[in-house]
Write a protein that binds this ligand. Structure first.
Ligand SMILES: [Mg+2]
Length: 325
């Protein structure tokens, strides 16, 4: 199978042939796209690497899902509706079986998100997947990291630490079961896009752990946060679970801030849409993240940090068995 057969067989079906916003899709030097009128475009890109972002013996379906999910999560955090994506794939060999699984992972999620593949590149090399997504928001309504104000509630859109628990199970050798799902198939919080647009002062998706990503909402501003540990939804006796909720990466839950006056109206919308949301603390004047609650004294102060690709020498999937090759 040469590169062009591979594109025709596996990647062209991921484009949406009847999509009027795609004047020219896969197959030319570039895509020609029609942005919706009155909108700002939001663009994000993320690379997922074998042995760093997913275990080397991970299924191709989970890899395809993850590569798109982490990018959709960035669009959700900006309150942008997904439009198009491109895919740059570095692959050790053109295995039809692998590509079938990989594109299944992509197509299931892309259909759910209503996003179309419009181009990309495939090369032979170590397994790495880069997806670039483009989304849109009504002009001026993108939600950014910098709008939080003192007194805002800090909210998260789901349970924290479940992906880290899945990774821990994987490292123990578990290869089946519901515990692995949040780690292998992270769910981008697309259902939150309209609510963020209407209510959030600032937002970020939690890819590197609550403490680190919440830190980005406070960066370069004279702001801090107080986090109520009893509101994280963890078993109060389970220190490991609490630490995963604070520092575990890969949850792709959104963390956003909302003014206390808008909070009741937001709660009504949350209830009417049957969404999950926890108000876990407040934005306060003055720097630093402080944890409150009976467990606060048991948390290691030096660990008030999350994952950083350049600071942390050992990648997340470090205990994962290498694939037999
Ligand atoms: Mg992000």
């Amino acid at each position: 199978m040469d590169e062009f057969q591979l594109i025709d067989r596996f990647f062209k079906p991921l484009s949406r042939p009847a999509d009027a916003s795609v004047r020219l899709g896969i197959g030319d030097d570039g895509a020609v796209l029609v942005p919706p009128s009155g909108c700002d475009l939001v663009m994000a890109t993320d690379t997922v690497l074998s042995g760093v972002h997913f275990p080397t013996d991970c299924s191709p379906r989970a890899i395809g899902h993850r590569a798109l999910a982490v990018n959709l999560s960035d669009l959700a955090a900006m309150a942008a509706d997904p439009l198009w994506y491109t895919l740059a794939l570095s692959l050790p060999s053109a295995s039809a079986r692998w590509l079938r699984g990989f594109t299944q992972g992509l197509s299931t999620l892309s259909a759910e998100a209503g996003i179309a593949l419009v181009g990309g590149d495939t090369v032979r090399g170590p397994l790495a997947v880069t997806v670039t997504v483009v989304g849109c928001v009504p002009r001026g309504q993108a939600v950014t990291r910098t709008g939080g104000r003192p007194g805002d509630w800090v909210c998260v859109t789901g349970a924290l630490g479940r992906a880290a628990a899945g990774l821990a199970a994987w490292r123990r050798g578990q290869r089946r079961g519901a515990t692995l799902v949040p780690f292998l198939y992270p769910h981008p919080a697309l259902e939150w896009i309209p609510l963020l647009r209407d209510f959030a002062h600032s937002a970020i998706d939690i890819s590197d752990g609550l403490i680190q990503d919440l830190g980005h909402l406070l960066e370069n501003r004279p702001l801090g946060a107080e986090i109520r540990l009893d509101r994280l939804g963890c078993d109060p006796e389970d220190l490991e679970g609490l630490e995963r909720a604070l520092w575990g990466g890969d949850d792709y839950v959104l963390c956003f801030t909302v003014g206390s006056r808008q909070w009741p109206a937001l709660q009504r919308r949350i209830r009417s849409r049957n969404l999950e949301c926890r108000a876990i603390g407040r934005i306060v004047p003055g720097p630093g993240i402080r944890c409150q609650g009976v467990m606060a004294r048991r948390i290691h102060p030096i660990r008030m940090q999350g994952y950083d690709h350049f600071r942390n020498k050992v990648p997340r999937a470090r205990h994962v068995r290498p694939s037999p090759r």
